[in-house]
Design a protein around this ligand. Structure first.
Ligand code: NCD
Length: 314
């Protein structure tokens, strides 16, 4: 979590240290075991969810988390129905909503939207997706899903496949996994959307070993975690480049046989054609568990944010 004056925000996965992550995972486990103990954590709190881009899992799991913590939720589920459509700036919208809520969960198409919102906000901003750049809460639920399934976060071989240029989930997850010793990465991406230079810089800064290979078949045999992502069609400036990239890295019921038996298959969802639905019944497929974990992770994040605030005020 990052701090701007005395307000805590959740903007970037990179703001979480290993010790923050350990505390968060302990809290998630407590919430999973006894959710009723947390049912009044947000009583008398109003949380705004403000989504200027499409979303199913992120928005609905946040709203469910708010409800299960006893809070109330006010929501803009579509930028087209807000004053965004009348040309209002992000800053003005954040200042305004700040008068109605105790925190804002924000999804916005611009890479620096969460930082900009935090600069003017009088209440915590929780980034729920900022352009092609940040998706911290997704990365946290991805990391939790990995540790839950593999019992460790270090010495893993992680294969990340798909749109590594425009995909904010892969970028954010790399920022977390690069903190743990002994991890190695294999990246598989169509030539139109290979690993983002910022991700390379993160990996180099942490001295992480990685390689880039052209096909999934070159990557699967020794993977511990396979993290698939869709092509971010909406972020391709050139739609013919998108068409050329389609279908170049699909996981099928044939090539999935190359994946070790104890590997896990993840995907932030929504999927397009990159995972054959026949694989859903494979015990290694964890993407729906991963989406379900999003609820507990977001409950834990909200609980941490407001618990800290209550402690500061007392
Ligand atoms: C992702 C996103 O919005 O970045 N979805 C999600 O939040 N689970 C991934 C995607 O849209 O491909």
């Amino acid at each position: 979590m990052s701090e701007n004056t005395n307000i805590r925000h959740i903007i970037s996965a990179a703001d979480f240290s290993q010790s923050d992550l350990r505390d968060l995972f302990t809290l998630i486990n407590s919430i999973k075991e006894a959710p009723h103990h947390f049912s009044s954590t947000l009583s008398n709190r109003v949380i705004a969810t403000f989504f200027c881009e499409p979303s199913t899992r992120t928005r609905v799991s946040f709203e469910s988390a708010i409800a299960r913590l006893g809070g109330a939720c006010i929501s803009v589920a579509d930028g087209a129905t807000s004053s965004n459509a009348k040309g209002e700036t992000l800053e003005d919208m954040i200042r305004t909503v700040g008068g109605y809520a105790d925190a804002i969960v924000l999804r916005h198409p611009e890479d620096d939207s969460a930082e900009r919102a935090a600069c003017v906000a009088s209440i915590p901003i929780i980034c729920a997706g900022a352009g092609a750049r940040h998706h911290p809460t997704q990365a946290l639920l991805d990391l939790y899903t990995i540790v839950e399934a593999r019992d460790r976060l270090s010495d893993l071989l992680i294969v990340v496949a798909g749109d590594l240029m425009h995909g904010r989930t892969a970028r954010s997850l790399i920022e977390l996994l690069a903190q743990y010793e002994g991890n190695r990465f294999t990246f598989v991406a169509p030539p139109q959307c290979t690993l983002h230079p910022d991700s390379k810089a993160v990996l180099d800064a942490h001295k992480m070993a990685y390689r880039e290979v052209p096909t999934l078949e070159d990557a699967l045999v020794d993977a511990d975690v396979l993290y698939m992502t869709r092509l971010q069609k909406e972020r391709f400036a050139d739609k013919t480049a998108y068409e050329r990239a389609r279908g170049t890295y699909s996981l099928s019921s044939t090539n999935v046989d190359q994946l070790p038996q104890d590997a896990i298959i993840m995907h932030p969802l929504p999927r397009n054609e990159e995972i054959d639905s026949a694989i859903d019944a494979d015990p290694r497929a964890r993407y729906f568990t991963q989406a379900h974990n999003g609820l507990f992770v977001r409950m834990a994040l909200l609980a941490t944010l407001f618990e800290t605030e209550a402690n500061t005020m007392s």
